[in-house]
Structures are given as C-alpha cells and as structure tokens.
Ligand binder design. Sequence first.
Ligand code: ATP
Length: 235
Amino acid sequence: MVSMPDLVVQRLTKSFPTPAEPLVVLDGVDLRVGPGESLAVVGPSGSGKSTLLAILGALDEPTGGSVTLGGVDPFTLGEREQAAFRAESIGFVFQDHYLLPQCTVLENVLVPLLADGQASGEDADRATELLRRVGLGERLTHRPAQLSGGERQRAAIARALVRDPLLLLADEPTGALDSRNADAVADLLLELQSGRAGMLIAVTHSDAFAARMGRPTHLLDGRLVEGQSVERSPS
Ligand SMILES: Nc1ncnc2c1ncn2[C@@H]1O[C@H](COP(=O)(O)OP(=O)(O)OP(=O)(O)O)[C@@H](O)[C@H]1O
C-alpha cells in the first residue's frame, strides 16, 4: 500500500503582477512531508521563502499547482471553512511574536482555542502545561511587555502548538533574537517537535539551525532543492 504523506505540494507556482511582466516567485515547487517530519527552508533574500510558507498556511493563494494537507486542499474550501481548517490544522510562528499586548501570557496561548467557543478548564490546563514546558510556568499572568524577547517568542511557540496542529509553520522564528536566545528558541522548537506527530516547516537564514532539522532544503530559482548545501555560483 502506498502511504499518504500528510503534506503534498505539486507543481506549485506563484507570481505577482507588476507593471511590466508578472514576477514569478515560485516556479514549480514539489514537496512531500510525512507525519512527524521537520523540514527547513533556506534560500537567498527574496527567493520566495515567506511566499511559500504563506501558501502552505493557506494565508495566500497559489497561482497554479496544488497543496493538500491531510488530504484536504484548503483552496477548494469556502472562506469560513478555510478559516476553520487553518485554525484547527495549522500553527504559525513568525519572526515577530504578535502576542496581544493587553492579554496575559496564558490568555494569549488560549486565543487559538477560542475559535471553538469559550476555553474550558481542560484547555487552560493544556495551555498552562505547554507554558511550563517552554519555561514560562512562572509567567502565566505577565503581559507580553513584561517579558524578554526570547520569552515572548517562547509564548508565541506555545500559542502555535496549543491545538497540536498537523502543520507548524515557522517563518524566521529566531530572526529577531540575539544568538544566545536564538539558540535556545531553536532548541525548544526542535525538542517540542521531537514528540509530535504533526509536521514542522521552518524558514531560516541560519545554516546551523537548518542542519539540525530532519530535512534541510533550499529554495532556488523558484524550486525547492533537497539537501544541506547547494553549489553557489562564484560572485
Ligand atoms: N504581495 C506581493 N506583491 C508583489 N510582490 C511580492 C509580494 N510578496 C512578495 N513579493 C515579492 O516576491 C519575492 C519573494 O518574496 P519573499 O518575501 O517570499 O522572499 P523571502 O525569500 O522570504 O525573502 P527574505 O529572506 O528577505 O525574507 C520578492 O521579490 C518580493 O518583493
């Protein structure tokens, strides 16, 4: 029997209109990712890494090709169904934490659970346990402004994982941190991922972080190439 990977991307293209000819950013990306796998995407600035992640997260539509996550193509869904699918199946961590400043750390982590109505006591227990695992067990009632940059990013990771999404997408998760905090956040992401059945795809400029992920890939000329390093043309 052929096993069905949980993320399947086929001949994905994305171009943006410009006054001259369209800017082709993704030019036939093929990718299969299975349960529990973690994949890093590196590539030069402007190569389309964030564009790819936005499409995988159903935040932006492809120009052509297909994406299925757990057998579902989110771009065939209506707006409400797509939003519900995204809330349930996809977690996001960005370079900026996007925590709500007026809410406590615990409330921020509970936000994704509110899509299903009021958060239950069980939800609060799960959020608290996750915050403990990311080292913020003593910071539950702090506001984001009272946390360090590394702590805010750890809270954002807990928020992204609170629904144990099928796909966790991280766009430069360590990009805004100093090297010590960046290493700690990378360690944490990999540690949390190691116990998960869901997939992790992280965009990073850090070759060291990429090398520690299960599958390093490079985005080059609109395509995804597997492997830790690729031939660079001499400058
Ligand atoms: N909404 C948009 N409209 C027009 N062009 C866009 C849009 N979004 C991205 N682009 C262009 O697409 C290209 C790829 O951008 P993208 O942000 O995906 O690159 P990246 O690899 O993530 O870059 P970086 O490493 O600098 O963050 C860039 O040339 C960018 O200017």
